[in-house]
Design a protein around this ligand. Sequence first.
Ligand code: ZN
Length: 293
Amino acid sequence: MAAVRPDRAFADITTLAASPRHPQENPEAVREAAAYISSELDEAGLEAHEIPVTSEGITLPVVWAEIAGESCADKVFVLTGHYDTVAGSPGADDDASGVAAMLETARVLARAEPDASIVVAGLPFEEQGPPYPASRALGEALQGDERTIVGMVSAEMLGYAAPEGQGDDPGDTLLLLGYEGAEGLVETFRAAAATWTSTSEDWGGVEAGTYPPETSFISRSDHLAFYELGVPAAFATDGADYRTPHYHQASDTPDNIVRPFFEGAVTTIVSGTFAMSSLDADGDGTADACGGV
Ligand SMILES: [Zn+2]
């Protein structure tokens, strides 16, 4: 597998977060972001596709690409980040960081020959909240194509570690929060992340758990739509407003990304995604994602 290059992923943040990307207030910028994602996926050697989605009077694309599985191409793991922002915020953390992790995953895994297929996507309209129409359009398109989605992770704010922590948040962990039914998914990501160590005090590893759908914080991003489609789904996050003072502010700029934390988060997303497509945990000679009955 090619190496993860955090500097390359950080450059994605710098490019995307040049200005706010609110669909109604900044239509040019949000379209530029979609075009950038498309060209970077092509550059990675994949073929970028678009699914147009219309919401609140504007049409924006789901931009996605696939790394076809070698053993069971009909089984798919899905990784997303969202490229829109709230008004007035450049959204370096929220969520250029997640898009950057998605793009770096595409670059690193493009020629990794996974067992199951991997779909990566940049999504619009996350900041509108539920029902997350772009995320749902992607899930429905894949299921309508007779694909079985084995898991989905929304990479949602991967860039901030708080030096002192807050409440019971240690401040330096990547949170991988899944719905009930995603136990295998979050454990696979946690285990994959544990293979990468860092000496930085800004990287505390991964905290993973699953929660019932009525839990207040669990439905805060695009993974909700996949959960509603019956898919094991989770989001990876730095804790958003629970941790970062820059949440939805004009100060959510590349300067305020905590680089060692972001490096750990990107490495986690890449390694967890590959594990979801190819890990054979029970050693039966078949990747778990391909099913072994
Ligand atoms: Zn977000």
